[in-house]
Write a new protein. Structure first.
Length: 596
């Protein structure tokens, strides 16, 4: 036989022959003689890379990172996900400070388990206002086919379902949910489960779940027993029985003992990253306070309302509690005539016809009729026109919101509302309109929590809450991970009113606009729990005989808060229980970019 024959048969034994396939040899000789053509090098490299991409170099490597090209998690988020997966075995409390991306961390854990084929059926329980936000983030950032629960059949028909706690626990949904074996349960705002006597706690405790993630920025506040309940819900027995826990770790409900051992136990089920750990970079806050002078008609109304409140206070025998609600009238005057008008009309209706107070209220209503303009609204329009970009405006009052929407519309500025009372679908629609079409979102306090507005970096405080935490919640809607611009905050205040003093307190005394919420919540933890900041401020207003006295008392109050801040910075003896939470150190490892 010739060497070029396609098949060579060599007898080795009477019953055994070896066959050699040489069919490829002629073509090889031809290509060799002509030095080609050979296979395309680019295609070869592509095939090689495809094979390499399928290799798993380490069991502890996150496979999900290859499947989420649209998201680049930060280092502390990746490290947190690894810790939950490989050390905590899928049962953990994600307790990062506000704004560090707990949702991203939960999404990474969920995606990794799905890729590894360890979970299929997932239930995610969140506040009603956040359902669609969770669905959107899981769909867009992680490619997870999550659905918002709307119909009964969806509980069984959808593998990844997002719903509110209130919906899931009521009939007829409860029986359906209770009969499903969930591979993973995720609960946002999990601090609401701290009381084991509540229906929410009992409902979650009865759910059948293999893996479980609880998300909360405040896992412990005033009571060690609440922390015990939360961890027992997640991993029964982790802290022993209740009696054992009390004897080993509790002096009284707010004072722990054996803190080192307690921290060690908590670190087995909890991850807490802090902004102060470093490595998490936020854009700057640029704060501009804008003092405004009320028109003569507006000032006359403010003075009239102030006199009315003072008179009622004296008439009550200086009983602060009986007239606290009337201080709201002064705050409403500083916002808009529409806001104070509604309150006065309701007060007028409730007052007896033969009461002399009724006439005084009617006089104030007549003063309102003489006001033809709104000093703050005119300044807002000027700012919005100068900014020429997306702007969110916060007001405390629904009537002021309605006035601003009409005022802006009359001047050719597109604006949409966002407020409590809107159903889930309408809130999401308003967000989409603001993102894609409208220049302005006018929000009441319902917009101060839960929504993410990183695409906007201008915020106007039309009026300010008296609670610093609520102000921080507003700012946190735009100043968070994923914000690529410096955030500009415009605070409007009216000269010669209580509003001017409150802004001075917030801005100058405790520098809250420059603080992060991790420092602010510690200060408020140190403040007397029996007297909220709002009620304390109202008492000062009522008990002060003059504008100068109000300023003096607020200055003293501000110094008290400043001292508390210094104590928090120095980590001196603090009544706050936050210091017992485990130190992770993962946030100091640097960043790869902002993703939420």
């Amino acid at each position: 036989m010739q060497p070029t024959d396609p098949i060579l048969v060599r007898p080795i034994h009477d019953r055994l022959s070896i066959h050699f396939d040489r069919s490829w040899l002629p073509e090889w000789n031809t290509r060799s003689d002509k030095n080609g053509p050979w296979d395309d090098w680019t295609l070869y490299r592509l095939a090689l890379e495809a094979e390499q991409s399928r290799l798993v170099e380490s069991f502890d490597e996150l496979q999900c990172l290859r499947h989420i090209p649209q998201l680049e998690p930060m280092t502390h988020q990746i490290e947190t996900a690894k810790k939950v997966l490989f050390e905590m075995r899928g049962r953990a409390i994600l307790a990062d400070e506000v704004g560090l991306g707990k949702t991203i961390e939960a999404g990474l854990v969920l995606k990794e388990y799905m890729i590894r084929g360890l979970i299929r059926k997932v239930l995610i329980l969140v506040p009603a206002s956040l359902v669609l936000q969770w669905v959107r983030e899981l769909n867009q950032k992680f490619g997870i086919p999550a659905a918002a629960q709307k119909k009964e059949y969806m509980w069984a028909g959808c593998d990844v379902i997002v719903a509110s706690m209130d919906t899931a626990k009521r009939a007829p949904h409860r029986d359906i949910v209770m009969n499903i074996d969930y591979d993973m349960l995720i609960i946002d705002e999990a601090h609401k489960l701290k009381n084991k006597k509540t229906s929410n706690y009992q409902f979650v405790n009865e759910l059948r779940k293999k893996y479980c993630l609880l998300l909360t920025a405040t896992p412990v506040q005033n009571d060690l027993g609440e922390l015990y309940n939360l961890i027992t819900l997640l991993k029964p027995g982790q802290l022993g029985g209740h009696g054992s826990f009390q004897s080993n770790f509790v002096v009284d409900k707010r004072v722990p003992k054996n803190e080192g051992i307690l921290q060690q136990e908590l670190s087995k089920v909890m991850v807490r990253n802090r902004r102060s750990d470093g490595g998490v970079n936020f854009t700057k806050r640029i704060v501009k306070n804008i003092p405004l002078t009320l028109s003569p008609e507006e000032k006359a109304l403010y003075d009239g309302v102030t006199d009315f409140v003072k008179h009622k206070y004296e008439e009550s025998g200086r009983n602060v509690q009986s007239v606290l609600s009337l201080v709201t009238l002064q705050r409403e005057v500083c916002s808009s005539r529409d806001a104070v008008f509604l309150t006065l009309v309701n007060l007028f209706k409730k007052t007896a016809e033969d009461s002399p107070v009724r006439a005084k209220i009617w006089d104030l209503v007549q003063l309102i009729k003489g006001i033809q303009a709104n000093t703050k609204a005119e300044k807002v329009m000027e700012l919005v026109q100068d900014i020429r970009d997306k702007v969110i405006i916060f007001t405390e009052y629904r009537a002021s919101q309605e006035y601003l929407l009409k005022f802006l519309k009359d001047h050719g500025i597109s604006a949409v509302p966002y407020r409590g009372g809107m159903n889930r679908g309408k809130k999401d629609w308003m967000m989409d309109l603001f993102r894609s079409r409208a220049q302005v979102l006018v929000a009441t306090e319902a917009g101060g929590e839960g929504i993410n507005l990183q695409f906007c970096h201008h915020m106007i405080n039309f009026d300010l809450p008296w609670n610093p935490m609520r102000v921080e919640q507003r700012i946190g809607r735009v100043h968070r991970l994923g914000q690529t611009h410096d955030v500009k905050i415009y605070n409007l205040s009216t000269r010669g009113t209580i509003e001017e003093h409150i802004l001075s307190l917030l801005h100058e005394k405790i520098n809250m606009f420059e603080m992060v919420i991790g420092g602010l919540d510690t200060i408020l933890e140190k403040f007397d729990k029996k007297n909220s900041i709002e009620s304390s401020l109202m008492r000062m207003v009522l008990e002060s005989g003059s504008d100068a006295e109000i300023r003096e008392r607020l200055d003293s109050f501000g110094e008290t808060l400043a001292e508390l801040r210094e104590e928090a910075d120095q980590e001196t003896d603090s009544p706050s229980l936050l210091h017992i939470l485990p130190e992770t150190g993962t946030a100091s490892a640097g960043t790869k970019g902002a993703s939420q």
